[in-house]
Design a protein around this ligand. Structure first.
Ligand SMILES: Cc1ncc(COP(=O)(O)O)c(C=O)c1O
Length: 470
């Protein structure tokens, strides 16, 4: 980790306690005008898409300001839009790409599977256990593994398994964290303390046995354990909520493991972003704790569809044994296309290639170079902004919407303005032909060379020149 936790928190507080940064008005006008001019085909595509797709976009991470872009193709660390603009890609499909897009040796293996094996069988195929064995090699806490299709359903199943195994009901998440969009987990997302703000369409009763603990607050968690008593599980994003945007205190995960186990509860580690990106052994290896259950998503199949898995202790995972029939209590789950050979081969070969190429380490080096460079630039322009990285995930905080303290009356009402600045930041990055995650995060891959990073830093310098001085 590139910056000490205490320093991260102090810097977040510093940003939220002062007015939101602003682009110089003429610079912002130029950014928006160029965006319109350079992406006219994307605009046309958006107008067409919005007639048939709700809102015209189906990806929460898509850029919507001034309007969303339409991609034509991705390769290495680039995305080419329908406007023939080539963006240096730090979105990396929202995290799963670490070898680079369409990494040829990987693509070739998948093509072989399509031609020679066939993409779906409906019964067990060899790649299913080959991929599980490979995953277990990096995650020894996963004695038994079940393949699923999305991070969302895997988090859902993890809760179900924990409740059956412990015969308890309470699930505690960490405020602001994201564990997919299932009924029970659209709760206290993005900004700690928001509770049911985004839980439209779900009856309140669904949240009867869910609660959120403020990030990093082990004393509050202890208090919650006493109050709820029958806690089935605590679920965490290892780097902190929204994958490290709200950084974790490094000892917190281990403290949670101990607290859970002293009280007969399980610890669920949501490794959807951390596996292979943070460390080959995910958050649990990086921070040194042992969860009972681990959730894997998109990254496990390197971006190929239908890739997710739940792994964990053999006794706990026994509740997800498949098959038709009654008897012992089991956690019902399914998925016709889950564990298909295409996905499992994608997972198997991705893990092999990531290990063989040292992709995690290489992507991490690019990320550290970006982080250091950005902090120098932010200091040069006397901006309160700052950056840190957890290996191959770089956060750069400018308006820090998630850092708002919703108990502070001065902070309420700033959500929209701070979010909008991040959208403007996203547009300013596109103006420099860079695509980020939500204008505040860069995911790196092993194709992001020193040269590409240095060019990116020059572009970040250009952006900083467009910010008004306080
Ligand atoms: C930590 C975490 N958990 C779960 C999910 C949900 O995964 P999926 O989008 O595959 O449903 C995500 C998605 O970004 C995530 O970041």
């Amino acid at each position: 980790m590139s910056m000490k936790y205490e320093e991260q928190i102090a810097k977040i507080k510093n940003i939220v306690n002062q007015p939101v940064s602003k682009f110089k008005p003429d610079e912002l006008k130029g950014i928006v005008e160029r965006y319109e001019k350079n992406h006219a085909k994307s605009k046309e595509a958006f107008e067409r898409a919005r007639k048939i797709l709700p809102g015209g976009v189906e990806h929460n991470l898509a850029f919507n300001y001034p309007f969303p872009l339409t991609s034509k193709r991705v390769y290495d660390c680039y995305m080419e839009t329908v406007d023939d603009v080539v963006l240096t890609d730090f979105l990396m499909c929202g995290g799963p790409i670490i070898l680079g897009h369409n990494y040829k040796p990987h693509t070739d293996k998948i093509l072989d599977v399509i031609r020679e094996v066939g993409p779906c069988h409906g019964i067990t195929q060899e790649y299913e256990y080959l991929a599980a064995e490979e995953l277990q090699k990096h995650f020894p806490s996963c004695e038994v593994i079940r393949w699923l299709q999305t991070g969302t359903e895997t988090d859902m199943l993890a809760m179900r398994v924990a409740r059956i195994f412990t015969n308890r009901k309470w699930i505690i998440k960490i405020g602001g964290s994201y564990h997919g969009w299932s009924d029970q987990l659209v709760y206290d997302m993005h900004i700690p303390g928001t509770g049911m703000l985004e839980s439209h369409g779900m009856p309140k009763d669904i949240y009867k046995w869910i609660d959120a603990c403020p990030p990093n607050d082990i004393e509050e968690m202890r208090r919650m354990f006493k109050e709820k008593r029958k806690v089935a599980a605590v679920i965490i994003e290892p780097m902190g909520g929204e994958s490290g945007a709200m950084p974790v205190r490094p000892e917190f995960n281990k403290e949670l493991e101990e607290l859970c186990h002293e009280n007969g509860a399980l610890l669920i580690s949501d490794e959807v972003v951390c596996a292979f990106r943070l460390h080959m052994g995910g958050g649990q290896a990086y921070f040194g704790y042992t969860p009972d259950l681990s959730v894997f998503g998109k990254i496990v199949g390197h971006g190929y569809p239908s890739a997710a898995a739940l792994g964990g202790r053999a006794d706990v995972m026994a509740t997800v044994a498949a098959g038709v029939g009654g008897g012992a209590k089991r956690a019902y789950c399914g998925g016709t296309l889950a564990a298909n050979p295409l996905t499992c081969a994608a997972a198997y070969w991705a893990m092999k290639f990531v290990e063989e190429t040292n992709a995690t380490e290489k992507a991490g080096k690019a990320a550290s170079r970006l982080t250091e460079g950005m902090n120098e630039i932010f200091a040069k322009y006397s901006l309160p902004w700052f950056s840190y990285n957890y290996n191959a995930t770089v956060h750069f905080h400018t308006s820090c919407v998630f850092g708002l303290d919703l108990k502070n009356p001065k902070h309420i009402g700033q959500i929209t303005e701070r979010k909008h600045f991040m959208e403007q930041m996203g547009a300013a990055l596109i103006d420099e032909e860079l695509i980020s995650v939500a204008g505040s995060r860069f995911y790196t891959c092993m194709q992001h060379s020193d040269e590409i990073v240095d060019k990116t830093l020059e572009k970040m310098d250009n952006i900083c020149q467009k910010i008004e001085k306080n």
